[in-house]
Design a protein around this ligand. Structure first.
Ligand SMILES: *[C@@H]1O[C@H](CO)[C@@H](O)[C@H](O)[C@H]1NC(C)=O
Ligand SMILES: *[C@@H]1O[C@H](CO)[C@@H](O)[C@H](O)[C@H]1NC(C)=O
Length: 781
């Protein structure tokens, strides 16, 4: 696509700036660049005071349905004395929302439930219904205070067990999508030390996040409190949390998760791992605990699944007798792959040990550069060496690191320092977000007028665009309960001439870009849609200055997409009506990107209706990166036809943890059908033995660190017998003509080969069985 030349853009901006006097009348003035936040010390968070006009476009009653709910409007007092449980839960559940056990998922009842500063006393769990954001005042964190007589699983319970229901729950744990909890202090200290006072029961799946939460747990000796309790699910991202006290900071089991920037102080056990196929912890600080990571290990079959793969990068551990201990010794590969990278120990006598047994790696005051337990491979040698020792150290390019040498991280921006006058609402400036109106021109005008001068607030809704929407470099934008921007119509209909729905930055542009709480999507059929084309490069000296947080690409399976069970039931192979996209996310050569909590999902089932019926829809490609970096991907991509991740001529990428699934219908049709390999997009080609999507393809690239991957193939044409024979597909991850590629903690499900070089299978899964998945502890090119 031709790009708009920069001078023309500047001319347009100048033209718009000449209208600032009329804009000033609305309380905005775009002649002034945004600059620093100007909120006065006592001013509440802008999200509290902004006009609330978000809607759920496909709710049966959009005019009557309330997306934003302030718990105080529902009678919560926040005075630390009144029992606010009922008022808070009423704020969450009102409006016929999805919960209670009879509704398993829904996209038409989103809610942002807001807590002003205060102390909210609760006596039983706060239950966030499906598609809920619980958000506290980011300027003055509200406290959720469990009463001494609190009864229930946790202060926040994201998936309640139904009393007398024989283990039945409100939601299916692997489908418990679209949840976020932010900006709280959660305090269980009034509860008896011996009670299992728990902060959050977080049994969730993709498109979920926890962030900016402080857990205040009992510090009494022998207490039973815990910050997060999670028995299963399929996540997910969490980060920026502090845990004080408790028996466990986190007690967790889930297929896969990414955790960034957590601090555990004075817990008995900082993190207990029950089971997983792969977790990545990035940036962990542990102070004065008894054990850092306590891992249940030893299971090698699906039935005996324990912790399969734990990968920890950038930890600082102080005054803690044991950093990591496993419940069973790792006898040659008995479950429990472990990868440790850049671990600083201060007075930690045992770095890695076994419960009641040997010290595997002694500690002290020292740094562990790169250590692993499990099978280690390199190049085209298919024979792994079982290792409990040093493993290859990744080449860590400086652009990926912060000033202390850790992998750089950047918190989801919330603009807490900004005053209301520094925010503009798109609904105040002509955009409708009603799921039918063409909002392209209105949104483009808003960007052209306000980017760089205001934070742009996308009130909840579904904004339809019918031609490419360009978000200019310099934009900071944020949504409400996952505001949807969807491409629709003829422009996105030509499979031979794909067109971006949203272009993030003009080609070769440079500047700040922050996008949060947005879902990018299409209304089908859209065989020619490039859902997001990411062009922008971070400003010089502003690492992570171009990024996306809690923002997802969701294709089909939701009300209003036209790509649901009615038109595309599973197995229907109704290609023409069921194309969801050509390509989900394209990161172009000069772009940089920080992606945190980004789920790139082609729906495998309907989120509305019964919430479980499978559908057959078609999106060609997941994430395609040609970027020279730096790129940080703390995200996932699932179910696209040709590949989930394709890195071509890419450099300087950190990817952890990446999770993918192959489409359930493959190999009927066999990939790349119903698409064809397109050389202009550097697509892979397929052969008679490679008939399913690649989870990860790395071609002609260098300096790529994959620190945790879960690449799964669960089906062959909707049948699952191939799980038992471990061969739902032949190959899953391919590296070709590349250098300095480092892959750690790579778990795959039911792919005969876990890793291939030049499309020749190298690592057979048979040697690496590790519960439900097979795990390669380390492979380097
Ligand atoms: C999730 O955990 C609960 C509680 O342990 C258990 O009853 C349920 O079977 C688990 N579900 C899956 C899918 O593992
Ligand atoms: C880590 O989390 C803490 C607590 O939320 C926060 O203050 C800090 O800025 C975060 N650091 C990074 C690098 O994200």
């Amino acid at each position: 696509m031709p790009s708009k030349p920069i001078p023309m853009f500047l001319a347009l901006l100048a033209l718009i700036l000449s209208f600032t006097s009329s804009v000033t009348a609305l309380g905005t003035s775009c002649s002034v660049p945004l600059g620093a936040g100007t909120a006065a010390p006592g001013e509440p968070f802008w999200l509290q005071t902004i006009k609330h006009q978000g809607t759920a476009a496909f709710n049966p009653n959009p005019a009557g349905y309330q997306v934003f709910r302030n718990v105080k409007d529902f009678g919560a007092r926040g005075d630390g004395v009144t029992d606010d449980t009922a008022a808070i839960n009423n704020a969450i559940s009102s409006g016929g929302r999805c919960g209670g056990g009879s509704c398993h998922s829904s996209t038409v009842t989103p809610a942002l439930v807001y807590f002003p500063a205060g102390t909210y006393l609760v006596t039983s769990p706060i239950v966030p219904y499906y598609y809920t954001q619980l958000i506290g005042d980011a300027r003055n964190l509200p406290t959720l205070l469990a009463a001494a007589n609190f009864v229930g699983m946790a202060v926040i319970d994201a998936d309640p067990y139904i009393p007398g229901g024989n283990g039945a729950q409100w939601y299916t744990n692997q489908n418990n999508f679209f949840r976020s909890v932010r900006n709280f202090v959660i305090d269980t200290r009034r509860m008896p030390a011996g009670a299992s006072g728990t902060g959050i029961h977080w049994q969730v799946a993709q498109a979920t996040s926890l962030m900016n939460i402080v857990f205040q747990l009992s510090t009494a000796a022998g207490n039973a409190h815990q910050g997060i309790w999670m028995e299963n699910g399929s996540g997910g991202y969490m980060g920026d949390m502090v845990f004080n006290g408790g028996k466990f900071g986190m007690w967790v089991g889930n297929q896969q998760f990414t955790v960034r920037n957590v601090t555990m102080n004075n817990a008995d056990t900082a993190i207990f791992g029950l089971w997983n196929w792969g977790w990545t912890f990035q940036g962990v600080t542990i102070n004065n605990c008894r054990v850092g990571f306590d891992l249940s290990t030893g299971g090698v079959t699906q039935e005996t699944q324990t912790v399969g793969a734990e990968a920890i990068i950038d930890a600082v551990v102080t005054n803690t007798p044991i950093f990591v201990r496993t419940s069973q010794p790792s006898n040659g590969r008995l479950g429990g792959s472990l990868v440790l990278n850049n671990i600083k120990l201060n007075n930690v006598p045992v770095a890695v040990g076994v419960v009641g047994g040997a010290t595997v790696l002694s500690g002290g005051t020292t740094t562990i550069t790169s250590w692993g337990q499990g099978n280690v491979y390199s190049g085209v040698n298919g024979n792994g060496a079982f290792t409990q020792g040093n493993i290859p150290t990744p080449n860590k390019p400086t652009p990926l690191l912060d000033s202390s040498g850790k992998i750089f991280g950047k918190t989801h921006p919330q603009y807490a320092a900004y005053s209301l006058s520094q925010i503009v609402s798109v609904k105040d400036h002509g955009a409708r977000g009603d799921g039918t109106t063409d909002d392209t021109a209105a949104l483009q005008a808003i960007f052209n007028q306000f980017s760089g001068c205001k934070i742009i607030f996308f009130d909840a809704g579904t904004y339809i665009v019918t031609s490419t929407l360009t978000i200019p470099a310099g934009t900071q934008m944020t949504g409400e309960a996952w505001t949807v921007i969807a491409g629709k119509g003829a422009t996105f209909n030509n499979i031979n001439n794909p067109v971006p729905v949203v272009r993030v930055g003009e080609t070769n542009s440079q500047g700040l870009m922050e996008i949060s709480d947005i879902v990018f999507s299409t209304v089908g059929p859209a065989p020619g849609a490039i859902v997001v084309e990411w062009n922008v490069k971070q400003p010089a000296n502003q690492q992570g200055g171009a990024g996306m947080w809690d923002s997802h690409i969701r294709l089909g399976g939701a009300a209003g997409t036209n790509l649901e069970r009615a038109s595309c039931p599973s197995g229907s192979l109704n290609f023409n009506n069921c194309f969801a996209a050509f390509l989900a996310l394209h990161i172009t050569p000069q772009a940089t990107a920080y992606l945190e909590g980004t789920w790139v999902w082609l729906a495998d089932h309907d989120l509305d209706g019964d919430g479980s019926s499978q559908i057959s829809i078609f999106s060609g490609r997941g994430i395609f990166s040609e970027s020279a970096g730096p790129v940080w991907m703390i995200g996932t991509a699932e179910h696209h036809v040709l590949y989930q991740y394709n890195l071509v001529n890419a450099q300087n990428h950190y990817m952890g943890l990446i999770q993918t699934e192959t489409p359930y219908y493959q190999p009927a049709p066999a990939a790349p059908a119903p698409f064809t390999s397109n050389t202009a997009f550097h697509d892979p080609t397929f052969t008679s033995s490679i008939t399913s999507a690649w989870g990860l393809r790395i071609q002609s690239s260098s300096n790529i660190i994959v620190f945790g991957a879960g690449l799964y193939s669960f089906f062959q044409n909707y049948a699952q017998a191939c799980l038992d024979s471990f061969n739902c597909q032949n190959q899953m991850a391919n590296v070709d003509a590349s250098s300095n590629i480092f892959t750690y903690s790579l778990s795959t499900v039911a792919s005969t080969f876990q890793l291939s070089v030049s499309q020749n299978g190298v690592i057979n899964q048979g040697a690496n069985r590790d519960g439900f998945a097979s795990t390669v502890t380390s492979w380097s090119s």
